[in-house]
Design a protein around this ligand. Structure first.
Ligand code: GLA
Length: 390
């Protein structure tokens, strides 16, 4: 389903349910990261792009202080709460917490809210590391900002989104996903400095297709393993007397490496070299230096596999199948938080069909799983749009 159809579907359902006047509608994209994995919470650099999979949120004002939310993708399941009561996380239905969290933090920060009804639907494959949750947070926050005149800017929405994850959902993530969904630009990757949130646009060469392959691995214990990595990075930084790994140069690291616990040294080495790869990748993209792109992406994957230990055998198989086919005419690596999810490839359009065939014939044979292949466009960030009834 494309963006247009998603907006029509969500807004016509919303109209049937609420016949709301002055309905506000937001659409926020997912993201794929091209370089810089787990560097965001180390105050480092990332290079994501927003992609043309979206979450759409329609909202209408209601009398009183009741909030009702209908999730079209969860069999029209409804969540209700009263803004005058404490807003608490739901124990089982995790989707509800991304929205409850938005109300919770806006209320905590003193924004004036009121009763409303929201209807939500999206096209981002859930739980695959393409940021369906960040795009939900950003779309909800943008709709609430429009409904209640809160004037939240993109950075503020991203920061609240990150807080929802950290303090309401329990994932100690960085800010990359939320900033990508809020600030995406058509045709561009965003080089983000996660220390000061400065964004530099990097054009993705139009000669390269953006392919994402979903391994369809059921991700397990991802939250605890992710939070472990964050803690280990913090410990490594402290060991070297720094606030974060962003502040450690390769030279300092090499001088301290052998005194550190081996596990912490491996985690630190990934982050320090991955930060450098973001800068190199941005230059390689600018110059359309495909061989360089290929080699940086390969190094990044090896680092995630061996040093940060966030890949899986199935993801490695996908990376091998693709890299064997494209060789140095493109690049491929695992993308996102890890422990399953997707790989991302930048490859010539002429290789797309061949890669597809290789994946379809080899991946099920080697893993017993079927992969899903997506071709995406680098796209723009959250927008307020018109629906068919607004
Ligand atoms: C998840 C987190 C991000 C980031 C990536 C890994 O997507 O939400 O903040 O840390 O993993 O790069």
């Amino acid at each position: 389903m494309n963006r247009e159809k998603l907006i029509n579907r969500t807004s016509s359902y919303h109209h049937q349910l609420h016949r709301g006047l002055g309905t506000k509608i937001s659409v926020a994209p997912g993201r794929v990261n091209l370089m810089g994995e787990h560097t965001d919470y180390n105050d480092g650099f990332v290079l994501p792009t927003a992609i043309d999979f979206f979450t759409c949120v329609c909202g209408s004002l209601k009398e009183g202080s009741n909030v009702s939310i209908t999730a079209l993708d969860f069999d029209n399941e409804v969540d209700h709460f009263d803004l005058q009561d404490d807003i608490l996380p739901h124990d089982d239905d995790i989707w509800k917490n991304y929205i409850r969290g938005a109300f919770y933090f806006l209320k905590m920060e003193g924004y004036s809210l009121g009763g409303c009804a929201l209807t939500i639907s999206g096209t981002i494959p859930k739980g695959t590391g393409l940021s369906s949750s960040a795009s939900l947070e950003i779309a909800v926050l943008n709709t609430l900002s429009e409904l209640f005149g809160l004037s939240l800017d993109n950075l503020k929405m991203a920061q609240i989104g990150q807080k929802i994850e950290n303090e309401f959902v329990g994932l100690s993530c960085g800010i990359m996903d939320q900033l990508s969904s809020a600030c995406g630009i058509e045709g561009q990757a965003l080089q983000i400095d996660c220390r000061n949130f400065k964004i530099t646009n990097i054009t993705i060469p139009t000669s390269l297709s953006l392919m994402i392959v979903n391994s369809n691995i059921k991700r397990q214990l991802t939250t605890s393993a992710y939070n472990d990595r964050r803690r280990e990075c913090q410990q490594a930084a402290e060991f070297m007397g720094a606030k974060s790994l962003r502040d450690i140069t390769e030279k300092t690291f090499l001088s301290q490496k052998n005194c550190m616990p081996e596990l912490l040294a491996r985690r630190a080495e990934h982050i320090i070299t991955e930060n450098a790869r973001v800068i190199k990748m941005a230059t390689a993209l600018r110059k359309t230096n495909i061989e360089e792109i290929s080699s940086i992406m390969a190094d990044s994957h090896t680092s995630m596999k061996n040093l940060f230990e966030i890949s899986t055998p199935e993801i490695d198989i996908l990376v091998n199948i693709i890299s064997k086919f494209i060789n140095v005419s493109g690049g491929v690596r695992m993308t996102g938080g890890g422990f399953g999810g997707c790989v991302v490839a930048l490859l010539p359009a002429s290789s797309v069909e061949g890669v597809r065939q290789q994946i379809q014939s080899q991946y099920p044979y080697q893993t017993g799983l079927k992969a899903c292949i997506y071709l995406n466009q680098p796209t723009r960030g959250v927008e307020t749009v018109q629906g068919i009834f607004s």
